[in-house]
Write a protein that binds this ligand. Sequence first.
Ligand code: GCW
Length: 719
Amino acid sequence: MTTADPTSPHPAWLPPAAFRAIGSRQTLVCGDGTLVETVRDEVARACARFGGTVQHSTGAATEPERTGVGARPYDLVLALRAAGSLPAGAAPAVEVGRELGPDRGGLDPEGFALARRDGVTVVLADAPAGLLYGLFEVVRLGAAAFDADRAVRVHSPALRLRLVSHWDNVDVHPVMGQVERGYAGGSIFWRDGAPIGDSDRIREYARLLAACGMNAMTVNNVNVHGTANRLLTDRLGDVAAIADLVRPYGIRVHLSVNFAAPVALDGLHTADPLDRDVRAWWARAAGRIYGTIPDFGGFMVKADSEGQPGPYRYGRTHADGANMLADALAPYGGVVHWRAFVYNHRQDWRDRSTDRARAAYDHFTPLDGRFRDNVIVQVKHGPMDFQTREPVSPVLAAMPGTRLAVEVQATQEYTGQQRHVCYLGPWWSEVLRFAPWGPGRPTVAAVVGGSSRDGDRTAPAGDDDRGVSAGGGLVVVSNVGADHYWTGHPLAQANLYAAGRLGWAPDLDPLAVLDEWIDLTFTPSATGDPDLLRGTLHALLDDSWRTYERYTAPLGVGFMVAPGHHYGPDVDGYEYSRWGTYHFADRDGVGVDRTRATGTGFTGQYPQPWADRYESLDTCPDELLLFFHHVPYQHVLHSGSTVIQHIYDTHFAGVEQVAEMVRRWERIGPAGLVGPALHARVTERLAEQLRSARQWCDTINTYFLRKSGVPDVRGRRIH
Ligand code: GCW
C-alpha cells in the first residue's frame, strides 16, 4: 500500500490496485439502468488506469456490433440476461446463459451467475444490482478470475436486508458528541446540525458498502433529538441528497424516527398510535418522503427504551406502535425496523427477580404474529447489550410469526473502542451459525434469512420481499466516521467488511473473509514479503476478540466497564445500579443465577436443548458459566481450572498476547509493507491497547484476589 494521502479518505478495500485485473482487460457490459451504468463506470475508471477497454451495450442498441468490434474476444462480460443479443465476441456468455437456462429459474434480484469459459469470464444477472455485486466478486477474485475455466456458480445473498445503522447525531449531543459511541472522528453526514456536504466521501462510502455486500443504511442515530426530528419534514432534502449519492451503489436510505415526532414537530397533543390524527400525520409524512425519495427504505425506531418515547405511555403495545408506522409505509413498500432493545433502566437492585437479560423476550414474544409483514423486529444478538461475550438472544428463536433481524455492533463500544484490535468476524459468525434448536436444526442465519419460520421445519424463502418468509436480515451498527481511515483504527475496517460479507453469506469462514480483506486492502509491494504481512495481520486479528475477552471479561461476565463512556475497567461501576446488576461478586463466589431452579428463570426462555444445557452446571459451556450461574470461586470448570485461577490465568495471558501483537507489528515496520502513516497509527493504538490490557489485568485480578482471598497458584504478582 502506498503512503496514505491525508487529504482524501483511505481507499480501504477498494484501492485502485484491486481493479488491476479488470482494468487491464477487454470488458463488455450489457444492460440498462443506473446500477449498470455504475458497473460500466467502475470498469471504465479501472481501464483508464490500467490500459484496458470497456464497451457498453444497452438493451436497445448493441454498440459493439454497430461499431464493428463485436467479433473481438472479450475477457470479461457482465450482462443482464434481458439485455438482448450479445455480440460474437461474447459467445461464451451466450452459452453460459443457455446453460443457466429456463430450468434454473430467475436469479435473485441481487444475485448473479459467474463462470469462465473459453477464455471469457462471464457474469450474468437478471437485475442491475446483481451485476454490481457480480462485478465486486470479480474484483475480489482479482487475477484468479481470469485463470482457469470455472463452472457456472449462482451467487445470491442469504439475507435480503443488510443494513448499516449509523448512530450519527445531526446536532452535537452534549454528552455523546456528533456520533454516539463513535470512535472514528465526526460523522460523515452531519456537523453541528447541518449536512457536511462531502459528497465524494459519501459516494466512496456507498461504494465500499456495496463492495462488501451491504444494501441499506440509516443516516441518523436511533436516539432521535433536536434537528434530527426534522429530517422527516423540512430537512427531508438533506436525506434526499444522501439518497442520491448512495443510490448508484444499490444502497437504500432509511431514517431513525422519534415515536413522538407528531408531538415534537407539530404540537399534536398525543402520539397514541391508535389516534386518527396521529395516524394521518404519519401517513402524510410517509407520502411526503416517498414523493421526494421514491426508493426510501423505511423507519427505524427505538421506542420505550432508555428514555425514548413509545406506545407504553398510551397504554398501547409495541405491535400497535410498529403497525401504525408500517401502515403509513406500506403503500410505498417501506419497512419498519422496530428495535426489541427494551428493558427497565430504572431497576431496584434489591429486587433479585428483575433480570435485564429477560426483558426483550418478556416484552416481545407475547406479540408474535401481531406485527404487520413490513415490520421487522430488530433484536440485539445477545440478551444484554453487545458485551464481549453473551449467549445468543432467545428472542431469535421465539417469534416464528414475525420477521426478525439480528443486530450486531461494529462500533467497538464494549470491545476496545477502536483503540484495541478486536476482529469481530468470529463472534458474529458464531452468532449467525448458532442453532437454537440444536445441531442440524435451523440457525440464527436461517431465522433472519427467512428460511426458517420455526424450529420444526425449514421453509424456503418466498419470492417476494414482503412477509415473514423474507426474514429481517442483518443490522450492523456502524464503526465509521470522518477519520482518514474511516474507522479510527485502520484494522477496524475489517469489521465493517466482515459484517457485509457475513450478511451476504453467513456460512463464510471469518478467517477467509479476513484474507479477502487483506488481499484487497494491502497491495503487495514490489519489495516486501507478502507472506510476512499476511502472517502479521492474521497474528494480530484472528484471535483478537478472544484475546480481548481474556484480559477483560471472564466466563460471560459483562459490564465491568467504567460507567458512561464504557472504556476501561470498573468492576463495580454498574453493580447494583439502576441499569442492572451483572456479576454479584462477593467473598464466596461470582456470577448471576439465571436458572429456573433457583435464579431468574432466564434459561427457560431457550428452546431445548439449550434450556437444559444452560441450566445445568455440568453442561453449561465454560465461556458462559458466570452469565448463567453464581458459583464459588473454587468451582472447577470443564477446562480443569478453577474459576478464580481461570480469571488470573486468562488476564495474564491476554496481556502477554497483546505484548506479542506489539512485537509482531514492530517487526514489519522497516519492511515497508504498509505505508508509514498507517504503520504509525496502528503502532500508537497498540501501545494504548497494551497499557489498557495491563490496567484491566491489574484491576480485575486485584479485585478478585481481594474479594476471594484465594491466591494465584502460580504466585504471580497481583497488586
Ligand atoms: O449499548 C447501548 C449504548 C447506547 C445506545 C443503546 C442502543 C444508541 O450504550 O449508547 O444508544 O445501546 O442500542 O440503543
